[in-house]
Design a protein around this ligand. Sequence first.
Ligand SMILES: [Zn+2]
Length: 58
Amino acid sequence: MPKERNQEVWKYYKVDKSGIKRLRKECPRCKGSFLAEHKDRRHCGNCGYTEFKTKDQK
Ligand SMILES: [Zn+2]
């Protein structure tokens, strides 16, 4: 796997004192793709999957 690709993946993670946090959710349809964060939903640019955020989720 090319190094450039690994660096891309790291954009979706945040490393802090407690360890690695995932910033984005993975697409349930095409695993390995991340969902783009929107104000009220998450969207997969790969397959078009959209997940709406509910009010009780932060
Ligand atoms: Zn997808």
